[in-house]
Design a protein around this ligand. Structure first.
Ligand SMILES: *Cc1c(COP(=O)(O)O)cnc(C)c1O
Length: 370
C-alpha cells in the first residue's frame, strides 16, 4: 500500500513507513483451499514434524480446567525449571511469547532513534524488523560463505551501537560459529554494547566446538542468549521462548515485557518439555536422518546447498527460485523462498517426516524435469 493510499502513514512514527512485514511460510489450509487438495506438505517454517512430546502434551491436557484464569505473569514455575536446567538464577531469565518476543524486548529496551544495531547479511529477518520498529538504524555486515563474518561485524561497531545480533546457527543459511572466535568477538566489544546470541536451533547441533553460551553470561555481562520451544521442542504454536542474561539486563527487559506475555498452556508445556530429553533426542535424530535424505537427493540432482547444522537446508537453484517454488506449491509442497533475504536463487527446506521429505524430493524432480 502506497503513502497516498494510507493517510495514517503520515501520523505513524516516521520509521514505520520503511518497514516491510515478515513473510511467514504459506499456511497449509490456504494452499489446500487454493488447490482444492487436502494433503499439502509444509516444510517452510523449521517446525518439528513430531510436534510436542508426551510430557508437554500431558501438561497441556492437565491445564484445561484452569483456562479461565490469567497465567502467572511472573512465570515462576517455568523460570524455576529453566534455571534448574541451565544452572543459572531464575532472575537471569526473561520469558517471551516466542523468542522473537525476547528479541523485540531487547530492541525496545536498548534501541531508539539515533542509535544502531549491527548484524550480518542473510541473518534472521526479525533483527532488521525489531531494529527498525524501534526507530534505530540497522548496520549490515557482508557475509562470508553465507555465514557471519565476525571481523566485518566488528568493523561496524561504533559508540552508537547498542545491540549486535548473532544467530548461531543462523537461519536461513544453517551456518554456525565455533566457541573460540565467538568468545574473542564478545571480548572485543564495548562492555555496554549488548550482544544477542540467538540459539533457536542449538539442540540440533552436534559439532564438538559449538558453544553453549548460556555458560558465558558471568564472563560477558552484556550477553543475552535466546532459546525457543518452537523448534526442537515442537511447541511452535504455543509461542514460548526465553532469554538468559545478567540479571541486571533481565531486570530491564522485564520492565518492558507485558505482564501476561506467555500464556498458561505455553508455560506449563515448556516447563514439562525442558525435562523431556528423550523427545528432543528423537526429534534431533529424525532431523539428522532427514538431512541425509535431502542432501543425498540434492547430490543426485546436482544441486548445491549450504551445509547446515539446523533442521533445515538451503539449496541453490542456480537460477531464479520463484518459478520452482510455484511448481512445488502447485504440487502441494510449501517451502520457503529467500528472495527477501537477498537470495533469489535459493529455497530453504525444513526437514519433515521421511514421507514428507519424499513428497518434496519427488515434486522437486518433477519441477526440474519440465
Ligand atoms: C525460529 C527462530 C526463532 C524462534 O522464534 P520463536 O519466536 O521462538 O518461534 C528465533 N531465531 C531464529 C534464528 C529462528 O529461526
Amino acid at each position: 500500500m502506497s503513502q497516498a493510499d494510507n493517510p495514517f502513514l503520515a501520523v505513524a512514527a516516521p520509521w514505520i513507513a520503511g518497514l516491510t512485514p515478515y513473510v511467514p511460510g504459506k499456511p497449509i489450509p490456504e494452499l489446500e483451499r487454493e488447490l482444492g487438495i487436502c494433503d499439502a506438505v509444509k516444510l517452510a517454517s523449521n517446525e518439528n514434524p513430531l510436534g510436542p512430546g508426551p510430557r508437554a502434551r500431558a501438561a497441556i491436557m492437565a491445564l484445561l480446567d484452569d483456562l479461565g484464569r490469567y497465567p502467572d505473569g511472573g512465570g515462576f514455575d517455568l523460570r524455576r525449571a529453566l534455571a534448574d536446567f541451565h544452572h543459572v538464577s531464575p532472575t537471569a531469565i526473561t520469558l517471551g511469547n516466542g523468542s522473537n518476543d525476547v528479541l523485540d524486548l531487547v530492541a525496545r529496551t536498548f534501541l531508539h532513534p539515533g542509535v544502531e544495531s549491527a548484524f550480518s547479511e542473510y541473518a534472521f529477518a526479525v533483527y532488521p524488523i525489531s531494529t527498525q520498529a524501534a526507530g534505530a538504524t540497522a548496520r549490515l555486515a557482508k557475509a562470508h560463505d553465507y555465514g557471519h563474518d565476525l571481523d566485518a561485524m566488528s568493523n561496524l561497531v561504533t559508540d552508537q551501537t547498542r545491540v549486535v545480533w548473532i544467530a548461531n546457527p543462523n537461519n536461513p543459511t544453517g551456518t554456525w560459529l565455533s566457541a573460540s572466535p565467538l568468545k574473542s568477538f564478545l571480548g572485543s566489544l564495548p562492555k555496554t554494547c549488548v550482544v544477542v546470541v540467538d540459539e533457536a536451533y542449538t539442540e540440533y547441533v552436534a559439532e564438538p566446538d559449538f558453544p553453549d553460551t548460556t555458560h558465558w553470561i558471568e564472563t560477558f555481562p552484556n550477553l543475552i542468549v535466546t532459546r525457543t520451544f518452537a523448534k526442537a521442542h515442537g511447541l511452535a504454536a504455543l509461542r514460548v521462548g526465553y532469554g538468559i542474561s545478567d540479571p541486571r539486563i533481565a531486570d530491564l527487559l522485564n520492565r518492558v515485557r507485558q505482564p501476561f506475555n506467555v500464556n498458561a498452556l505455553a508455560q506449563a508445556a515448556a516447563a514439562a518439555a525442558i525435562t523431556d530429553r528423550e523427545h528432543v533426542r528423537a526429534s534431533v535424530a529424525l532431523a539428522r536422518a532427514g538431512m541425509r535424505q535431502l542432501t543425498d537427493a540434492f547430490a543426485r540432482l546436482e544441486l548445491s546447498y549450504i551445509p547446515s547444522v539446523g533442521n533445515f537446508v538451503t539449496v541453490d537453484c542456480k537460477r531464479p527460485a520463484a518459478p520452482i517454488n510455484e511448481g512445488l506449491l502447485h504440487r502441494g509442497v510449501i517451502v520457503r523462498p529467500l528472495a527477501n533475504y537477498g537470495l533469489p536463487n535459493h529455497l530453504r527446506i525444513s526437514i519433515g517426516l521421511e514421507q514428507e521429505n519424499d513428497r518434496f524430493i519427488a515434486a522437486l524432480e518433477d519441477v526440474l524435469s519440465i
